[in-house]
Design a protein around this ligand. Structure first.
Ligand SMILES: Cc1cc2nc3c(=O)[nH]c(=O)nc-3n(C[C@H](O)[C@H](O)[C@H](O)COP(=O)(O)OP(=O)(O)OC[C@H]3O[C@@H](n4cnc5c(N)ncnc54)[C@H](O)[C@@H]3O)c2cc1C
Length: 387
């Protein structure tokens, strides 16, 4: 299968392909079966410096942009892996880089770059408020040189394989602020200190091998210096981080899309039924061809979003549209691939069913398709706000 074009990131792509070759389908299949964490893979990625891509050189990283980070994430999925195990470090990094103090950067970034610390978790979603983020009920109350945190989060990923978490909590009551997005703040939580000292973690068994949890906060105390940026401005900081997250997830979906297309076209060319390759039938060819067009188009929007982000330009529309198009295209690619494989698509040994489950997540998380449509309707088309 030919890919649309050679881009200027070929060096990164080649290096990632070399690394991923040591972690073939069988590795990911076994990890999925055991619902385990791909520790060896994440360790190799960290040692090679890829998870420190966004950290500026002065703090020990390689100082690359979100565009390069997105290529790294894309390649993991394109080579059969699942970057959901480690993408948190990339999107959380921007929050710390753009809004953290110099002291916080000096304290954490060199250790994250060297792999001593992992910043893989972000705690935003809550069980009773869901997508309606400004209504979150987790509170952080300042007492002297500490914040005391009470509340609950749900679906918080990679807590067991991270050292740090970025947490969103309300620091001023919703009825005492001008806008509902005011009065929210973000904090760095040291997970080792927190677990058992006010924070409890309950894993959520789920459809994919995505380590994710419920978190309970009962008078968790964290140092006041762990506040990122200004108190009350956290929602704005989180939105910026969410644009990075959406763009990175879009790239992962593009990676999935290429993986499915590659497998589907290869299988369609080899599988002989009625004395000819199934791919000779236009009923089999056309869905694959149509999906190739869709993945290619989504890929362009992902580059547009990441380039705007790197230029510090507004990119909310592009990040959302990239996520929407890419998640849709990768899900369609999964369906087309499964259909092309027929019954064999359901057999675990072909990995199609695993990747099918994995890519389905991105229609829902980190933002559902409905909420993206609502963003475009309200913020781009100036249609009346619906909620
Ligand atoms: C595996 C996994 C990992 C996750 N990891 C993290 C994480 O690390 N950190 C974190 O903070 N969160 C995480 N999440 C949470 C994820 O971001 C949310 O599940 C997602 O944002 C949707 O929120 P919800 O599940 O509460 O759905 P709800 O808000 O309850 O929505 C349910 C459905 O209703 C639709 N809906 C709701 N309101 C409207 C409306 N006004 N108009 C139209 N449709 C609407 C939604 O689109 C959705 O389809 C994760 C989720 C999963 C499944």
């Amino acid at each position: 299968m030919k890919f649309p074009h050679q881009d200027k990131y070929q060096e990164i792509r080649d290096a990632l392909r070399g690394l991923c070759a040591d972690y073939p389908d069988e590795y990911w299949r076994k990890i999925d079966e055991a619902r385990a964490y791909p520790e060896a893979f994440v360790e190799a990625l960290t040692s090679a410096g890829w998870l420190a891509a966004l950290i500026p050189q002065e703090y020990g990283g390689s100082g690359l942009g979100l565009t390069e980070a997105s290529v790294i994430m894309e390649e993991i999925n394109r080579n059969g892996g699942n970057s959901g195990s480690c993408h948190g470090q990339m999107y959380n990094m921007n929050t710390l880089l753009r809004h953290g103090s110099e002291q916080q950067k000096r304290r954490y970034l060199p250790q994250i770059a060297s792999g001593e610390l992992r910043l893989q978790s972000m705690g935003v979603t809550e069980p009773t408020t869901g997508t309606d983020t400004t209504k979150i009920k987790t509170v952080a109350v300042k007492k002297g040189d500490r914040y005391v945190i009470n509340g609950q989060k749900v679906w918080i990923s990679r807590v067991q394989h991270s050292d740090l978490m970025i947490l969103l909590a309300r620091t001023a009551p919703a009825d005492q602020v001008k806008r509902k997005s005011d009065g929210l703040s973000i904090f760095i939580v040291d997970l080792h200190e927190a677990v058992g000292n006010g924070m409890t973690v309950r894993p959520i068994p789920n459809m994919v091998n995505h380590e994710t949890n419920e978190l309970f906060f009962d008078n968790l105390e964290i140092p006041a210096e762990n506040l990122i940026g200004e108190e009350g401005k956290g929602f704005r900081y989180i939105l910026d981080g969410l644009n990075a997250e959406r763009t990175l997830i879009a790239a992962e979906c593009i990676g999935d899309g290429w993986w499915f297309l590659n497998r589907a076209s290869q299988y369609a060319g080899e599988r002989i039924v009625f004395d000819r390759p199934i791919g000779q039938n236009q009923g089999v060819q056309f869905p694959i061809a149509e999906n190739y067009i869709e993945v290619s188009a989504a890929d362009l929007m992902r580059f547009r979003a990441s380039e705007l982000f790197d230029a510090h330009a507004p990119c909310g529309a592009e990040a959302n549209m990239a996520k929407y198009l890419a998640a849709k295209a990768s899900w369609e690619a999964a369906n087309v691939c499964l259909q092309t494989f027929g019954g064999f698509g359901f057999a675990c040994e072909y990995d199609v069913e695993r990747k099918f489950r994995e890519t389905r997540l991105y229609q829902v998380a980190p933002i559902s398709t409905n909420l993206i449509l609502s963003y475009v309707a309200e913020h781009i088309l100036d249609l009346p706000r619906s909620f």
